[in-house]
Design a protein around this ligand. Structure first.
Ligand code: NAP
Ligand code: G4F
Length: 328
């Protein structure tokens, strides 16, 4: 019999790739979406339009325990992937309250609903390298202490602790993936990699001339979302629930990304870049780099993309996107 999976955040970058992966594995895939998304399919559902007939969408919000309980108690999923969140770090400085409410309560509501109505469901929590923040160890592993630098990071540390506590206290199968930055042509336009790839395409096409950025010396460990959703699934196939760091183990600066993205279309980023102080964060995470040894050894996980192939795919996809004026 097919397994049943429920994905929160199915309209997001990771949700869309994970849904594709699970459909290919013959799961029955359910997704939680906000009612407004259902009202405007072209806007919020662009990443899952091509699979819309193969999934079942339920209107709910992470702010409402009642809406979550209704779905979990009805479909009793074998696996729940909790990817829904206010995921934009910069925005969390403008609205700490909604970030904390959605990200902490949403996770708590799901865990509590599982405990009371579907205790056999396995649960994946989307933890983040932002939990390491001002890093106390290089590279970061599953044992590195956290030092979050934003309401977003704090919300993810709390979600991680809630997940651990439900695992220990109620013996539920709950795990956190501590995922480092992962990107793709489906990345939201507010994140720096997509902002760059989209701007490069527009500059190449003569639609735009300048790109405004903040701290281009920040360093990240960037992978591809398609590779990372595979790790999520692998974590829920293990006998024992454990947390895993998922990363490439390689680090590049925003400047490296910028330089490569422009050079791929024979442009010089220095001629188009303007540093805008308004885009600097009040407390920045300057440098992240992870150690993926545990995921490689215990999940037999590996990557198909490297930094260059990731940047290349994003830039050329955005060139096509602009040329064809279509969503991906
Ligand atoms: P994303 O593209 O921003 O997607 C976020 C999803 O959450 C969207 O589907 C969004 O729905 C949904 N959502 C937001 N608020 C909600 C609410 N109140 N109720 C219901 N749904 C809500 O994020 P992503 O890059 O796919 O990341 C997936 C998860 O992994 C997030 O939890 C993120 O924090 C975490 N993470 C991401 C990375 C990364 O580098 N991508 C790294 C580590 C951890 P709408 O479409 O309606 O807005
Ligand atoms: O692309 P970003 O906004 O991603 P950030 O803050 O690292 O967060 C992403 O990765 C986390 C995993 O570590 C996820 F948990 C989170 O949900 C999200 O997916 O910014 C990357 C870096 C930052 O240092 C930022 O200050 O780029 C720098 N940056 C420089 N100029 C900029 C810009 N970031 C954005 N978004 N826009 C700029 O103009």
């Amino acid at each position: 019999m097919s397994k049943i999976a429920l994905i929160t955040g199915i309209t997001g970058q990771d949700g869309s790739y994970l849904a594709e992966l699970l459909i290919a594995k013959k799961y029955k895939v359910h997704g939680i979406v906000r009612r407004v998304a259902l009202e405007n399919e072209n806007h919020r559902l662009w990443r899952i339009k091509h699979i819309i007939n193969k999934i079942k969408l339920h209107a709910a919000t992470l702010e409402s325990y009642a809406s979550i309980v209704k779905i979990i108690s009805k479909i009793k999923p074998d696996e729940i992937y909790h990817l829904g969140a206010q995921s934009y770090v910069d925005y969390s400085f403008n609205d700490e309250f909604s970030t904390l409410n959605t990200n902490i309560n949403g996770t708590h509501f799901l865990l509590s609903a599982i405990k009371d109505f579907s205790p056999k469901s396995k649960f994946y929590f989307a933890g983040s390298s932002e939990m390491f923040g001002k890093v106390v160890e290089i590279p970061q592993t599953e044992r590195t202490p956290f030092y979050p630098r934003s309401a977003y990071g704090i919300s993810k540390v709390t979600g991680y602790e809630l997940t651990r506590n439900y695992r220990e206290a109620y013996k539920l199968f709950c795990v956190s993936g501590i995922l480092f930055n992962h990107e793709s042509p489906r990345r939201g336009f507010e994140f720096v990699t997509r902002k760059i790839s989209y701007s490069v395409a527009k500059i190449k096409m003569g639609i735009q001339n300048k790109i405004f950025l903040g701290n281009i010396d920040a360093k990240r460990d960037w992978g591809h979302a398609k590779d990372y959703v595979r790790a999520m699934w692998l974590m829920l196939q293990k006998k024992k629930p454990e947390d895993y760091v998922v990363c490439t183990g390689k680090q590049y600066s925003v400047r490296d990304f910028l330089k490569l993205a422009f050079s791929l279309v024979d442009l010089d980023y220095k001629k188009h870049l303007i540093i805008d102080e308004k885009l600097m964060r009040p407390s920045e995470v300057n440098s992240l780099i992870g150690n993926n040894a545990k995921a490689k050894k215990h999940l037999k996980w590996d990557m198909h993309y490297d930094f260059r192939s990731l940047v290349k795919e994003m830039v050329f996809s955005d060139l096509d996107f602009i040329k064809n004026e279509k969503f991906l």
